[in-house]
Write a protein that binds this ligand. Structure first.
Ligand SMILES: NC(=O)c1ccc[n+]([C@@H]2O[C@H](COP(=O)([O-])OP(=O)(O)OC[C@H]3O[C@@H](n4cnc5c(N)ncnc54)[C@H](OP(=O)(O)O)[C@@H]3O)[C@@H](O)[C@H]2O)c1
Length: 471
């Protein structure tokens, strides 16, 4: 048996340290040898919960299957792991210090007969690994990491259309992931609202947030889907604080009655994610007579966010996250083009890109208008992700790009980061892709003028009939 024993002190309360470590999938954020990790059993972490962690070895990798043996909330976690080369027992205990927590990490390795001699030789290497992983854990728990600021090289790359586009693929995510910092901020019991949570990026966002113990309100339009989403997420994560509200977000009357219901509940909103979206081909109108892309992608998030602002202001550091798209790079803001007329020139992708451009401009406007009130507003571009929306609206695009599309989880990663990471609360009015700020324009000619921006704000205000019936 080889025993590794390390101690580290961190400036975080035991509850936060325990919550973070007991979800053992976080090992990929702090243990340099962990390449991938997943939770194998549903529900809250409890005795019997299993995790699978793939660890890199000098020449290959090994998959460890861990089972939680003992848990004392905020005090102790004991896991036993087994792999083809060794078994392991990790005993991690937490004790309260003034202003922090002492982590005591003990790992006992039991090597299988064939590798025990090699293990004896590599004891020093193992000790180094053990030390580094506890140092990594303490570093992760420091939180509030520096933001990745665009370098001159990034700015040039953003302007070269092809390299910029290649970053939208799975490759871009893989490259980005190398510089991601751990997300250890505690968001347990924070109230977050996600629109379009029944599928794709919205579902993946809700799933990640539910795992972190967030109090979720999911906005969906179909009762049966909504009930299934909530029960699936509750079963998978054990989080019972997940509810849904029904609204067809392309109908402003529905948006307004949603706002009224939420204001009546009076629950402060820490994060609002405006994610619901679709690309409409051919042109169609809502029963309120608005062109669908304009109604769903722009007027709806505008009305919803303005309407829920009093609840955002009740939270201590509220954030709004608008999901835009790289499609906006091809369009400039022209307010008169936002309501695509029925004159035979309609293109779904162009209408979509124009609304996303306008949503980006709106993000910047809100960020500066609401700065003194403390509401952080950012936009994110998910890259190209293989979601039901892409499958149904862009079948040709999907056929060509299938191999390089991201998963929904990868596409949603930056939404989760903007909602959770401490450092993401320190900037407003920016566009993010893979947790890094990006230019909002690739070419000069798409830049909007101050007058056009003012026109947009007047136009949206004039199209808004608020939940109180006041413009
Ligand atoms: N996937 C990508 O590559 C990509 C790239 C750039 C930007 N985006 C943006 O990312 C966001 C999510 O897209 P996705 O790819 O995840 O799409 P998706 O798979 O089609 O999911 C869209 C979600 O929005 C909901 N929704 C659509 N119309 C609605 C309405 N009228 N009222 C209420 N909810 C409605 C859908 O609900 P139902 O299940 O009821 O239809 C679904 O939950 C969108 O804003 C999209 O523009 C996606």
């Amino acid at each position: 048996m080889t025993v590794l024993h390390e101690v580290a002190d961190v400036k975080r309360p035991p509850e936060e340290v325990y919550d973070y470590v007991s979800d053992f999938t976080t090992t990929v954020e702090w243990d340099a040898t962990a390449i991938a990790a997943r939770k194998l059993t549903p529900g809250v972490v409890a005795v019997g919960t299993q995790f699978e962690v793939e660890c890199a070895l000098p020449v290959s990798s090994v998959v460890l299957r861990y089972t939680v043996k003992e848990l004392k909330p905020n005090k102790l976690i004991v896991l036993s792991g087994s792999s083809k080369f060794f078994d392991i027992e990790d005993t991690i205990s937490f004790s309260e210090l003034p202003g922090g927590t002492r982590i005591d990490y003990r790992a006992e390795f039991f090597f299988k007969p064939l590798v025990s001699t090699i293990a004896e030789f590599s004891k020093t290497g193992l000790e180094k690994m053990g030390r580094e992983s506890v140092v990594g854990l303490a570093r992760a728990l420091k939180d509030n990491f520096p933001l990745k600021k665009p370098t001159s090289a990034d700015k040039v790359a953003d302007k070269l259309v092809l390299p910029a586009l290649s970053l939208f693929s799975r490759l871009g995510y893989k490259l980005g992931r190398k510089r991601f910092h751990p997300m250890t901020a505690s968001v347990k019991h924070k109230h977050m609202v996600v629109t379009g949570a029944s599928a794709g990026l919205g579902y993946a966002t809700a799933q990640q947030l539910a795992r972190r113990g967030v109090n979720l309100t999911l906005i969906m339009r179909d009762q049966a889907k909504a009930e299934k989403v909530v029960s699936d997420l509750q079963a998978e994560t054990g989080n019972s604080n997940i509810r849904f509200e029904l609204a067809d977000l392309s109908l402003i009357t529905d948006v307004n009655s949603l706002i009224k219901r939420m204001k009546k509940r009076g629950q402060p909103i820490d994060v609002l994610v405006n994610n619901a979206g679709a690309l409409f081909n051919p042109r169609s109108e809502t029963r309120e007579g608005l062109e669908q892309s304009f109604a769903l992608l722009l007027l709806s998030p505008y009305c919803l966010t303005e309407g829920l602002k009093p609840l955002l202001l009740m939270a201590s550091s509220p954030r709004v996250i608008n999901v835009v798209s790289g499609g906006m790079y091809s369009e400039s803001l022209k307010v008169e083009d936002l309501i695509a007329p029925d004159n035979g020139t309609y293109s779904g992708s162009v209408a979509y890109a124009r609304q996303k451009r306008a949503l980006m401009v709106l993000t910047q406007e809100w960020a500066s208008e609401w700065e003194t009130e403390g509401i952080i507003v950012n936009a994110m571009h998910p890259g190209w992700a293989d979601t039901p929306g892409v499958r149904s609206a862009l079948p040709q695009f999907r056929k060509i790009t299938k191999r390089v599309l991201r998963s929904s989880e990868e596409g949603a990663d930056t939404i989760v980061w903007l909602a959770v990471a401490t450092e993401a609360g320190s900037v407003s009015g920016k566009l993010f892709l893979d947790r890094a700020e990006h230019a909002t324009h690739l070419v000069k000619k798409t830049r909007e003028s101050g007058q056009e921006t003012e026109k947009l704000m007047r136009f949206l205000a004039s199209n808004r009939v608020s939940a109180d019936g006041v413009q």
